[in-house]
Design a protein around this ligand. Structure first.
Ligand SMILES: [Mn+2]
Length: 254
């Protein structure tokens, strides 16, 4: 059974939450480290305006496809250390990377990750050498990057913030939040996206690039994967107390 990680200790206190530690949830990064740096600087400016300490939740898929997964992972690691109350939710790409580093992937699965999921660009950002077989990968990377594996190993599946449920891909609309399957949280698409009925909480998610390539607000969910590696646009939603969610984004053309 999966117990949602209730990780914001003050959220139930009966105090005004206006401008108190807003949460900035960041969509799929996919190796776009420069955009991530820019977005975090934008978040700092935004939080500074209301004199608040920003908490950051990464909605996952930090690695693969884009050019600099290693640096993106380093930024996530530093952000979690520096900003209290911040979290990293594991995406399906991060999961495969974690499995590879833990030596849990056989050669066919490794090949699928490298060739079919954009894993090759992740490995290139870490090492000039490609592993000859799955078992070689941990030896190649872990001497210098064991802290990245530790980050992946302790990543969350779900974070609850105020009335919102933050996950990578979505939830199974037929199950209560407390009984979700981890794999659904990382991978679900149509079974979740096609449902417009109210859910237990409004779900904030990435994983599927929005049609508009901008953040989208639906009746039961907020979608913020704006396809950074393809569109050059990385987005975040700001959740602060009882105010309506609002959005920040950065792009290469800014
Ligand atoms: Mn994904």
């Amino acid at each position: 059974m999966l117990v949602p990680r209730l990780s914001m200790p003050n959220e139930n206190r009966r105090v005004s939450q206006f401008c108190v530690s807003p949460v900035y949830a960041i969509g799929d990064v996919h190796g776009m480290a420069s955009l991530l740096e820019l977005l975090l600087a934008t978040i700092d400016d935004d939080a500074h305006r209301c004199d608040a300490k920003p908490r950051v939740v990464f909605l996952g898929d930090i690695v693969d496809r884009g050019p600099d997964s290693r640096r993106a992972m380093e930024i996530v690691h530093a952000t979690l250390q520096e900003r209290e109350g911040s979290h990293f939710i594991l995406g399906n790409h991060d999961y495969l990377f974690r499995e590879a580093l833990n030596n849990h992937l056989g050669d066919p699965a490794l090949d699928h990750w490298l060739s079919g999921m954009g894993g090759k660009s992740t490995l290139r950002s870490y090492s000039h050498r490609m592993p000859g077989w799955a078992g070689e990968l941990p030896d190649l990377l872990l001497p210098r990057y064991s802290h990245h594996l530790a980050l992946l190993n302790r990543a969350a599946d779900m974070v609850i913030v105020n009335g919102y449920c933050l996950v990578h891909a979505g939830i199974d609309p037929k199950k209560p939040l407390a009984h979700q399957d981890e794999r659904d949280l990382r991978e679900i698409r149509e079974r979740f996206l096609d449902v417009s009925d109210p859910l237990e909480k409004v779900v904030v998610h990435g994983h599927t690039i929005t049609e508009s390539e901008l953040p989208e607000v639906h009746s039961n969910r907020i979608a913020i994967d704006t396809g950074a590696y393809r569109t050059g646009r990385l987005s975040a939603v700001v959740i602060a107390g009882n105010s309506e969610p609002r959005f920040l984004y950065v792009s290469h053309s800014d």
